[in-house]
Ligand binder design. Structure first.
Ligand code: IK2
Length: 401
């Protein structure tokens, strides 16, 4: 018999498995609020106009070939990505203290960063928020780091547990790595205020903790690329060191192209160049070099003033549609007199609302109303439209009364 006869069936991924269940449901009014992927009012995926235009330019360019990229990826893409998140006026960029490598979207960039730290950083412990994106613990554990958590979310207020965060980071061993969501925290939609970020920065620097930012929603949370990068920029401009993983999945709609970047801000240009040489030794045996198409689209858009400006307009439109879904859901629950305080729906930002519904209520909503969402009560607002808000409001109302 097979040499793999002993292999047991693995469970579905908690997030991607929701879509598997959704696809199996024959109900005409089923609603997929699971995976964090943008949908239009018509419930369809969106390819941005600027992406179509950039691809047209690329296809029409006869000089374009399909040669391997260098291990670190498309140099122009790397430079433009660092400027996008760190700010082109950032002293770290001016002083050439940043090394950036192209990664396989956000996940791949986090993984390469984790593997690099496990080999070259003296502290093996990484503190991740409680709760956080489901893939984080696995990415860092498999990188060879030991994962601990810091308090982040307060179920009572459905807001930030700032005191708990400060206590947990304050009692972390000096030098420990700290994972920080740059904006639009997944799954809670709760972000520190700018004042709170400054407080966190001071604590991180005073304890020589190593900040590792995960930026998967820049521009998608508030509609402003600069506003959503403020947390990263105050750290990256203070002379200290940090890592930043970027994803273009959401803000440029390049989900399946797997386009991302990992930047490491170092104290000197010489250190940055030595760090880059070691990043290459992580990447080469992992996937050798990254895909060319998605990074070429991003570089084409970021380097062209008109395409960049048009991108910011399309990005704001996506962010605004999600914000209007928040307001509509909040209003619909108010109209129904649904018991409970639902103001967190309009206070939280980014793609997700952490509703506070428990797994039994979620199971009820799936069974009775064909609503598909993660069992932790997170809903992807991007999956909603004006047409489907009433159906979700009815389901929540039924689940809590
Ligand atoms: C915080 C965070 N980091 C990183 C990533 C990495 O995404 P990617 O590797 O696609 O760039 C994601 C994407 N999440 O996927 C959507 C979901 O939670 O339903 C993310 O949310």
């Amino acid at each position: 018999d097979s040499v793999f006869a002993h292999v047991v069936r693995a469970p579905e991924d908690p997030i991607l498995g929701v879509t598997v269940a959704y696809n199996k449901d024959p109900s005409p009014n089923k609603l997929n609020l699971g995976v964090g992927a943008y949908r239009t009012e018509e419930g369809k995926p969106l390819v941005l106009n600027v992406v179509r235009q950039a691809e047209q330019q690329l296809v029409n360019d006869p000089s374009r070939v399909k040669e391997y990229l260098p291990i670190v990826g498309l140099a122009e893409f790397n430079k433009l990505s660092a400027k996008l998140i760190l700010g082109s006026d950032n002293p770290a960029i001016q002083e050439n203290r940043v090394t950036t490598v192209q990664g396989l979207s956000g996940t791949g960039s986090l993984r390469v960063g984790g593997e690099f730290l496990a080999r070259h950083y003296h502290e093996r412990t990484i503190y991740i928020p409680q709760p956080t994106w489901g893939n984080h613990p696995k990415v860092f554990t498999l990188s060879g780091l030991s994962v601990k958590t810091y308090r982040y979310y307060d179920p009572a207020t459905r807001g930030l547990n700032f005191q708990g965060l400060l206590e947990d980071l304050g009692s972390a061993p000096s030098g420990a790595i700290v994972l920080l969501h740059a904006c639009a925290h997944n799954p809670t939609g709760v972000d520190p205020t700018l004042e709170q970020w400054e407080h966190i920065r001071k604590l991180v620097r005073s304890k020589a903790l190593l900040p590792f930012f995960d930026s998967a929603y820049q521009g998608f949370a508030s509609g402003s690329l600069d506003a959503d990068a403020q947390s990263v920029r105050i750290f990256a401009a203070d002379g200290g060191e940090c890592l930043v993983a970027q994803s273009y999945a959401k803000n440029m709609g390049l989900y399946g192209e797997r386009v991302g970047a990992l930047s490491i801000v170092c104290k000197t240009a010489d250190v940055a160049s030595r760090v880059e040489s070691q990043l290459k030794l992580v990447i080469r045996p992992m996937y050798s070099n990254p895909p060319i198409h998605g990074a070429s689209i991003v570089a084409t858009i970021l380097k062209d003033r008109n395409l960049y400006n048009e991108w910011t307009i399309e990005l704001k439109a996506m962010a605004d549609r999600i914000i209007s879904m928040r307001q509509q859901l909040f209003d619909a629950l108010k109209t129904r007199g649904t018991p409970g305080d639902w103001s967190h729906i309009i206070k939280q930002i980014g793609m997700f609302t952490f509703t506070g519904l428990n797994s039994d209520q979620v199971a009820f909503m799936t069974k009775e109303y064909h609503i598909y969402m993660t069992s932790d009560g997170r809903i992807s607002m991007a999956g909603l439209s004006s047409r489907t808000v009433p159906h979700l409001a009815d389901a929540i109302h039924a689940a809590v009364t």
